[in-house]
Design a protein around this ligand. Structure first.
Ligand code: HMG
Ligand code: MG
Length: 301
């Protein structure tokens, strides 16, 4: 019989990864009310917004306002996406417990996303990591396109390993590995984890699956077989990467909770509260979100 972890930690990325790709503007007060609902769900981390250039991600141009207005639950780590020193300055002003820095494993996605080559990105991130650490903040490093790049195709585990080595040497606390365009199948997850887990413990690795082709739940199962206990997900399956054409939202928190709780894996999160948060943001966006569990719950009334 296979062994599953007894406990899993979810980072709710809906307010950042989820909303960043939305055309419909969600009012600041609605974002704040939604994040407050999520804060009350038992989740241990919420990525509440993104301090990137507002021209690039207009949906999150109110990051500072949101950060200042959300009601902080002391049991929740509030993190935000930070690309550079300007972003960090704004994030510290708005209030963060954690800075999420980010780059890609493939050069062309990195250029499309943050306008820099991989080589030129490190010096920018070093400054951000040093400053965030000296301000006492947790730093998570995202690596995008760890399986496939929309422009370059397959990315090898060795390419990803090189970036892991570099980001750990720069001082990140942990890494979130992004299947940015949702192409990976479980054998790719196995191939990557077989390599990375030779060098880094499972506790330092977070898996971040987008569900473009419906493979995310299978990939989470495979990751758990490798002892991974940390996953990013987004309420309702909201989201996508505006600089990865065709990419769908993150795996839905509602579906992940259904899976984990059904298997007896603890998360500390109240599924009902996440369902209410899903209905709330669905209504604000005026559209049906892709989570199967949420659709089922809506049909039950
Ligand atoms: P750039 O144009 O190269 O920046 O953009 P720059 O340093 O040359 O500065 C140009 C102007 O932007 C200057 O203003 C700066 O002050 C300003 P000017 O002097 O011309 O008036 N500027 C800023 N303003 C506000 N906030 C800032 C900031 N930085 C510079 N932080 C930059 C570089 C990184 C800013 C830009 O490319 C950008 O904002 N990119 C955002 C891309 C993004 O948000 N992508 C989606 C998130 S990543 C993702 O979703 C993947 C993930 O989920 C994992 C996965 O799924 O794989 C994490
Ligand atoms: Mg993402």
């Amino acid at each position: 019989m296979r062994q599953w972890p007894t406990e899993v930690r979810i980072k709710e990325v809906g307010p950042r990864d989820g909303l960043q790709n939305e055309q419909n503007w969600v009012h600041t007060h609605d974002k704040v009310a939604w994040i407050n609902m999520l804060s009350d769900s038992g989740v241990s981390e919420i990525e509440y917004s993104s301090f990137v250039h507002p021209k690039w991600i207009p949906a999150l141009s109110d990051a500072r306002e949101v950060g200042k207005r959300i009601k902080r639950n002391p049991n929740v780590r509030y993190s935000a996406l930070v690309p550079n020193m300007k972003g960090l300055e704004h994030a510290l002003e708005a209030g963060i417990d954690g800075a999420s820095i980010f780059m890609s494993a493939s050069d062309s996605h990195n250029k499309g996303n943050i306008n820099k080559s991989i080589a030129d990105t490190y010096s920018i991130l070093k400054e951000v990591i040093d400053e965030a650490k000296s301000a006492g903040k947790h730093v998570t490093g995202y690596i995008s396109t760890v399986f496939d790049c929309p422009f370059e195709g397959k990315v090898t585990p060795t390419q990803v390993l090189r970036i892991c080595e570099k980001l750990y040497s720069l001082g990140v606390d942990d890494l979130s590995l992004g299947d940015t365009i949702g192409t990976a199948v479980p054998s790719q997850v196995e191939n990557l984890l077989e390599v990375l887990l030779k060098y880094y413990p499972q506790e330092k690795m977070i898996m971040h699956f987008h569900d473009t082709r419906g493979m995310a739940i299978a990939n989470i199962m495979t990751s758990m077989e490798y002892g991974i206990t940390r996953f990013d997900s987004s309420v309702g399956g909201l989201g996508g990467c505006p600089y990865a054409p065709g990419a769908a939202g993150n795996v839905a928190t509602n579906d992940v909770l259904y899976l984990l709780h059904g298997m007896g894996v603890k998360t500390g999160i109240d599924e009902k509260k996440v369902k209410e948060a899903g209905f709330y943001i669905q209504k604000k966006l005026g559209k049906q979100l892709p989570s199967k569990s949420l659709m089922y719950a809506a049909a039950q009334g």
